[in-house]
Design a protein around this ligand. Structure first.
Ligand code: IMP
Ligand code: MG
Length: 183
């Protein structure tokens, strides 16, 4: 079977557009006079962040961080660290972290703790998707797009092994099939 045949659309580009619009409207109310710093977590958030900021027509700044974890499997989180860090002071700034998916919660929890120590004026999390069935640590998501089932999702910037980021819809892959196939 081809890789094409194994993808199912979970969230269409139209649904994503509507939801990103709603998130932008909420964020605009809360941040329009605050010149916030939006911090995207690389790489998965870059498409979402690009769409989001074009709906936020007020002054804001953008930064990216990249996390890595060693010895990480889907069931066992490795030790997380920031491998590409901030180039902007966040002390006394209103910071909004933008993530593609909160799964076990380890990445988001780690980054929020890391940023909180730098004493921003405020710190909130916006996640396009949330997979609560896999949560291992508590994470507060202040702005959430979609709750997704316990499936491996790709598309709209989200990858499987660097593949499928280009898909305009969010699709799911059957895990047992992707593990057994060279896509
Ligand atoms: P967490 O630390 O387990 O919450 O995982 C967060 C990161 O794992 C996300 O930012 C994604 O990069 C990746 N991830 C988790 N679930 C999926 C998925 O279903 N598809 C693609 N990447 C995922
Ligand atoms: Mg990610």
């Amino acid at each position: 079977m081809s890789a094409q045949a194994k993808r199912q659309i979970l969230l269409s580009r139209q649904e994503i557009e509507v939801t990103v619009g709603k998130l932008a409207a909420e964020i605009k109310i809360d941040y329009q006079d605050k010149n916030p710093l939006l911090i995207g977590i690389l790489k998965g958030s870059f498409v979402f962040l690009a769409d989001l900021i074009r709906l936020l027509n007020f002054p804001l700044e953008v930064e990216f961080v990249r996390l890595s974890s060693y010895g990480r499997g889907r069931s066992a989180p490795g030790k997380l660290k920031v491998v590409q860090g901030l180039h902007t002071q966040i002390k006394d700034r209103d910071v909004l972290v933008v993530e593609d998916i909160v799964d076990t919660g380890h990445s988001a929890a780690f980054l929020m703790d890391y940023l909180r120590k730098k004493k921003p004026a405020s710190l909130k999390l916006c996640a396009l998707t949330d997979k609560p069935s896999r949560r291992e640590v508590t994470v507060t998501i202040d702005y959430l797009g979609f709750t997704v089932p316990n499936k491996f999702i790709v598309g709209y910037g989200i990858d499987w092994d660097e593949k499928f980021r280009y898909l305009p819809d969010i699709c799911y892959l059957e895990t047992e099939k992707i593990l057994n196939t060279n896509l």
